[in-house]
Design a protein around this ligand. Structure first.
Ligand code: ADP
Ligand code: MG
Length: 648
């Protein structure tokens, strides 16, 4: 919904007081709920509202500075941006002013209340979930402004949009509604006045406010001043007010790096890794990039957008530039500042831009090298990174042919051989003599995968199988095909040919015990059974055959060699990408007691095996986690067979 539509939609609920131009509007329902939680939260670090409001003020200055490149009239000669805070103890207020871009009436209404920002609901969910969410993450969800209601019983925003004649006031006590009124403001920009709650009186004290600014907002590239409302004269600038990334590495403390990370990422805690670099030569740019130590909430959003900020010669250009960072590195946060792009670069010019694509290549290889070094030197820390972002990085295996080898080297997997993550190199080193393929199985979760019947034969022979649980695994594996000339082979597809593989010595006894020649049903009986099962099942299966994948289970389903992988089919079906399922091959374990009994029955030709055949097939489907096509028939067959079994 656009701002216009929304204010129109709300018009009906609007009360207009004649003459004054005052309108009362209601908050969008999700915003109301959020405000309710924020206002009543028992939370000790309320001071973060200052960080949020200052960050908005800085954004507003950034946006005007960028707009003024093409429309100099907007700043009217006043290109000195500043953020000023003023504390008033006796009135118990704190005001935050900026001379940034300001907000029009529609923008006030849209940005501060009536349009659901995508993060409002996600933030509320995060707070009310079991995991006891963190209020200080509010900025990450794009709703930082509302943090002012943690400390204020009433908030007034007076704003004059640069280039517009009329200023507007937005005011609210955060309880369901807000008013919008005509106002006066001499200069462009925004002033926010917080009428503080009694228990938040400390923020009307300039010393306290100054301390908070020092702690959270030192890196803001515009001067921030703090004063007591009584003080006359020029207030001092509190922050360092230069772009952090332009300073030499040695001059920057760990704390400053971390604080800047919090600012650009809206995340908490320490970054997992910090890369600060300057590229010189053909292209000149500075990068200050962070790899977070936790997952941003929107990591798997549909748009897969990167949030690295693009600056040109210290001027903020945009935060959503698709070309700057590959999507499979979208967990990166931070800043790239280019010396080569023109300042007045437009969105269209950012597309297919040669400079940007070179920067992207450069930063990608830096990040990959950093990951390689961490993987080698700090495998445990690397495993943490992998848990958070491995699923995203693997998207590159599919998308970025040029970086594929590096990414394969960086990839880690769970496997049937213990809980540790394994690399492909380690897998290959452990391969059995005669084994030529890298075996894998895909599915939703490790638990279910480890219990897959298809793995029984691998396990009994000590052959390691990779357990892949990210949706993207379905796509990159067929694309990549092989690693170091060992092809990837699904454990649930095609025939499992173990003849050439030398099984574990330690497990050969067990293997012997399972050996079908010794304990299985006679071959001709099994053949007859299989013929009958095929007859009963008809089109419901592609084939029925004896398995050498199974040791404990009676049956399992596998995909034929050239057919679509079973898990991929499930994913595509769930996303309505395909209509029907391909028929599968039903494999039976001729060493299993049930199959032996059925083979006997088949020999004696005691009528139809239909019920048994379908029960076997349905059982295999259940093991796959697939829904039964006809549960009613399943129940009927089950009852019939059980009744017989009980001797009725
Ligand atoms: P975010 O900053 O992540 O967009 P906020 O809740 O902090 O989310 O702010 C909501 C929006 O309100 C901003 O995107 C911006 O459009 C507008 N806004 C807030 N403060 C200001 C300000 N000082 N000047 C101009 N616009 C502002
Ligand atoms: Mg904000």
């Amino acid at each position: 919904m656009t701002t216009k539509e929304s204010s129109k939609a709300k018009k009906s609920k609007t009360e207009e007081t004649a003459g004054s131009g005052e309108e009362t509007l209601t908050f969008q329902a999700e915003v109301s709920r959020l405000l309710d939680i924020v206002a009543n939260a028992l939370y000790s670090e309320k001071e973060i509202f200052i960080r949020e409001l200052v960050s908005n003020a800085a954004d507003a200055c950034d946006r005007l500075r960028y707009a003024a490149i093409t429309e100099p009239g907007l700043v009217d000669g006043d290109g000195d941006y500043a953020i000023a805070l003023s504390a008033d103890k006796s009135a118990r207020t704190l005001t935050i002013s900026d001379n940034g871009i300001g907000m029009s009436r529609d923008e006030l209404i849209g940005n501060l209340g009536t349009i659901a920002r995508s993060g409002s609901k996600a933030f509320v969910d995060q707070l009310s979930g079991d995991s006891k969410g963190d209020l200080s993450l509010i900025g990450q969800f794009g709703v930082g402004f509302y943090s002012s209601f943690m400390v204020a019983e009433k908030v007034e925003v007076v704003s004059l949009r640069a280039g517009e004649p009329q200023a507007w006031q937005w005011a609210s006590d955060g309880k369901g509604a807000f008013t919008v009124t005509e106002a006066t403001r001499e200069e462009r920009g925004t002033t926010i006045t917080l009428h503080l709650k009694e228990d938040a009186a400390e923020y009307a004290d300039q010393t306290r406010v100054r301390h908070v600014i020092k702690t959270y907002s030192d890196h803001i590239a515009f001067p921030i001043t703090v004063k007591d409302s009584e003080d006359e004269g020029e207030p001092e600038t509190v922050n360092t007010a230069s772009a952090l990334w332009t300073r030499p590495r040695n001059d920057i403390t760990e704390e400053q790096y971390t604080e800047f990370f919090h600012h650009v990422s809206h995340m908490v805690g320490d970054p997992w890794s910090t890369l600060h670099f300057r590229a010189e030569g053909m292209l000149e740019y500075t990068g200050l990039l962070y790899i977070p130590s936790s997952k941003p909430f929107d990591l798997y959003n549909q748009d897969r957008a990167s949030k690295v900020r693009l600056y040109v010669k210290r001027v903020f250009i945009t935060e959503d530039c698709e070309e700057l960072v590959p999507r499979w590195l979208r967990f990166l946060r931070g800043v790239i500042d280019s010396e080569d792009l023109p300042l007045n670069i437009s969105r269209e010019m950012l597309q297919n831009n040669a400079v940007l694509s070179k920067i992207r290549t450069g930063l990608t290889s830096r990040v990959l090298r950093e990951l390689e070094s961490k993987a080698e030197k700090e495998p445990e820390a690397y495993a943490e990174f992998w848990e958070n972002f491995g699923g995203v990085l693997k998207e590159g295996l599919y998308e970025a042919a040029g970086d594929r080898d590096a990414l394969l080297g960086l990839s880690r997997f769970r496997s049937t051989q213990g809980d540790d993550l394994v690399s492909l190199a380690a897998y290959i080193e452990r391969m059995k003599e005669g084994q030529t393929a890298i075996y894998y199985i895909t599915g939703n979760d490790i638990e279910a995968l480890t219990r897959s019947p298809q793995l029984e034969g691998f396990r009994s022979r000590g052959i390691e199988v990779l357990l892949l649980t990210d949706p993207v695994d379905e796509f990159w594996v067929p694309m990549v095909g092989a690693y170091e000339e060992k092809s990837f082979k699904s454990a649930t597809q095609g025939g499992a040919d173990f003849d050439d593989i030398k099984a574990d010595d330690t497990q050969s006894d067990e293997k012997k015990a399972d050996d079908k020649e010794d304990t299985g049903a006679p071959k001709e009986d099994v053949d007859r059974l299989i013929a009958k099962l095929k007859l009963s099942l008809g089109e419901a299966v592609k084939d029925v055959r004896v398995s050498n994948r199974l040791t404990a289970s009676a049956v399992c389903l596998v995909a034929d060699e050239g057919d679509i992988d079973m898990n991929l089919e499930r994913i595509l079906k769930a996303h309505q990408q395909i209509e029907t399922r391909a028929p599968r091959i039903l494999e039976v374990n001729s060493g299993h007691a049930l199959i032996k009994l059925l083979a006997e029955q088949a020999k004696e030709d005691k009528g139809s095996l239909d019920d048994a055949a379908y029960l076997l097939l349905d059982q295999a489907r259940i093991l796959e986690g697939e829904p039964l096509p006809d549960p009613v028939e399943f129940a009927r067959r089950m009852s019939t067979v059980m009744t017989k079994g009980m001797g009725a």
